[in-house]
Ligand binder design. Structure first.
Ligand code: ZN
Length: 160
């Protein structure tokens, strides 16, 4: 069985920056399961996995445009008081906010300086080349429910 749309794929991955720093890895944890063709992972990695077999191991470099996108704009300064008092804020943290016209947006905290929080609508890895080392652990057919939800269920997947 090879990887194509409609398969649930389990992979081990290590993600490094262009300078060789490890940014994320599944080693020592359960493999990551995703539904191929559903946009669960960045497009460049999905493309590199297409046609691979169980047991395959390979390295691939994903450019920003096929990863988390190019950076667009700079972080904006907002007062700490805009956040709930009991919120524990940290650099790199993701949160959801509502715009004035009622849209939900995802933002990340770029940095905190005193009473100022710099928030960024760019993903922290936007503008970065992604260096992946991948090992294909398992491939199976997705169930109809998984296809209609757009993500895998069961061990390593979402439970809903
Ligand atoms: Zn579901």
């Amino acid at each position: 069985m090879t990887i194509e749309n409609g398969k649930v794929v389990s992979i081990h991955y290590t993600l490094k920056s262009s300078s060789g720093e490890t940014l994320d890895s599944s080693q020592g944890q359960e493999p990551l399961s995703y539904l191929h063709g559903a946009g669960n992972i960045v497009p460049g990695l999905e493309k590199a996995l297409t046609g691979k077999d169980k047991g395959d191991a390979f390295d691939t470099v994903v450019p920003p445009a096929e990863g988390y996108g190019e950076r667009d704009g700079e972080p904006e300064e907002v007062p700490r008081a805009m956040f709930p008092d009991d919120a524990e804020l940290s650099e790199g943290m993701m949160f959801k906010a509502e715009t004035q016209d009622g849209q939900m947006v995802i933002l990340w905290i770029d940095r905190i300086e005193g009473d100022s929080v710099y928030v960024d609508h760019n993903h922290p890895l936007a503008g970065h080349e992604l260096h992946f080392a991948i090992q294909v652990v398992d491939i199976r057919d997705a169930t109809e429910e998984e296809v209609s939800h757009g993500h895998p269920h069961g061990p390593g997947g979402h439970q809903h």
